[in-house]
Design a protein around this ligand. Structure first.
Ligand SMILES: *[C@@H]1O[C@H](CO)[C@@H](O)[C@H](O)[C@H]1NC(C)=O
Ligand SMILES: *[C@@H]1O[C@H](CO)[C@@H](O)[C@H](O)[C@H]1NC(C)=O
Ligand SMILES: [Cu+2]
Length: 229
C-alpha cells in the first residue's frame, strides 16, 4: 500500500496537467472558459490551493483580480460546472453558493454567507473498501434549489484531491467561482451559513486522512449539510 501511495504521488508529480473549472453548463450549453467563471491564479499552472485558511481558498483570484460576466439560471434547473480536463485524483466535491448584496461582479464573497448546495462524498464499506464517485468526472451537475431567492450569486466549485492528504496541508483543493443570476426563485432561507475561508481548519477527518491504509471505515464529508430548498 505504501508503494502504491508513492507511485500515485510520483504520477501526480509527472502529470503537470491538473484541472481547473473554467466553464458552466446552462440549459445544456457549455459557456466559454473564464467568461462566467472568475479566472483563477492557476489558469496556467493548474496548481491547487493547499492552505484552507488562505484568502485564495475562497475564489483563488489574488493574482488575476478577475471578475466575470453573470449568467441567468432558473431556480429548479440544472447547473453544470465543467472541468478543462477530468478530476483524475481520488477525492470528493463540494459546491457552495453565496448571495451578493447587489452586483456580484464587484463582490468578494466575504462574511458568513456561504451555504452548500451539492456534494459528492466518498463511499465506504466499514473498512473493506473506499471509492470516490467524483474521480474521473469532467464536471458536476446539480439542481439550483427551486425555493432559492432571486438574485446574483457566487457559485464556488471545490474538488478536494485526497491522494496525499495524510499529512497536514496535503489535501489539494481545486477551486473556482462562477457568477449566476437566479430567476424564478422562491422564498427559501438557505443555510447553515459559513465563511470561506473559515469553514475548515484543515484537520477535519475528511481532509486530513490516509485513504490507502488502513482503509477508512467511514468518510466524513467536510463542511455543513447540503441545503436543497
Ligand atoms: C456590475 O458590475 C460590472 C463591473 O463593474 C458592470 O460591468 C456591470 O454592468 C454591473 N451590472 C449591473 C447589473 O449593474
Ligand atoms: C437577473 O434577472 C432578472 C430577472 O430576469 C433581470 O431583471 C436582471 O436584469 C438580471 N440581472 C442580471 C445581472 O443579469
Ligand atoms: Cu496531482
Amino acid at each position: 500500500m505504501k508503494l502504491l501511495a508513492s507511485l500515485v504521488l510520483s504520477i501526480c508529480a509527472l502529470a503537470s496537467a491538473h484541472y481547473t473549472f473554467p466553464s458552466l453548463t446552462v440549459n445544456g450549453a457549455v459557456t466559454p472558459e473564464w467568461s462566467y467563471v472568475r479566472k483563477t491564479n492557476n489558469f496556467n499552472s493548474q496548481a491547487p490551493v493547499t492552505d484552507v485558511r488562505s484568502a485564495d481558498f475562497r475564489c483563488y483570484t489574488s493574482e488575476t483580480r478577475a471578475t466575470a460576466s453573470t449568467i441567468n439560471v432558473a431556480a429548479g434547473s440544472q447547473l453544470g460546472i465543467k472541468s478543462n480536463g477530468n478530476i483524475y485524483h481520488a477525492g470528493v466535491v463540494n459546491v457552495y453558493m453565496a448571495k451578493a448584496p447587489s452586483n456580484v461582479s464587484t463582490w468578494d464573497g466575504s462574511g458568513n454567507v456561504w451555504f452548500k448546495v451539492y456534494q459528492i462524498p466518498a463511499v465506504t464499506n466499514g473498512g473493506s473498501s473506499i471509492t470516490f464517485p467524483a474521480e474521473g468526472l469532467t464536471g458536476v451537475t446539480f439542481t439550483i434549489p427551486r425555493s432559492l431567492p432571486n438574485g446574483q450569486y457566487l457559485v464556488r466549485m471545490e474538488a478536494i484531491a485526497l491522494h496525499s492528504a495524510s499529512s497536514a496541508n496535503g489535501a489539494q483543493f481545486y477551486i473556482s467561482c462562477g457568477q449566476i443570476n437566479v430567476t424564478g426563485g422562491g422564498n427559501g432561507n438557505p443555510g447553515p451559513l459559513v465563511a470561506i475561508p473559515g469553514v475548515y481548519s484543515g484537520t477535519e477527518p475528511g481532509i486530513l486522512i490516509n485513504i490507502y491504509y488502513p482503509i477508512p471505515t467511514t468518510y466524513v464529508q467536510p463542511g455543513p449539510a447540503v441545503w436543497s430548498g
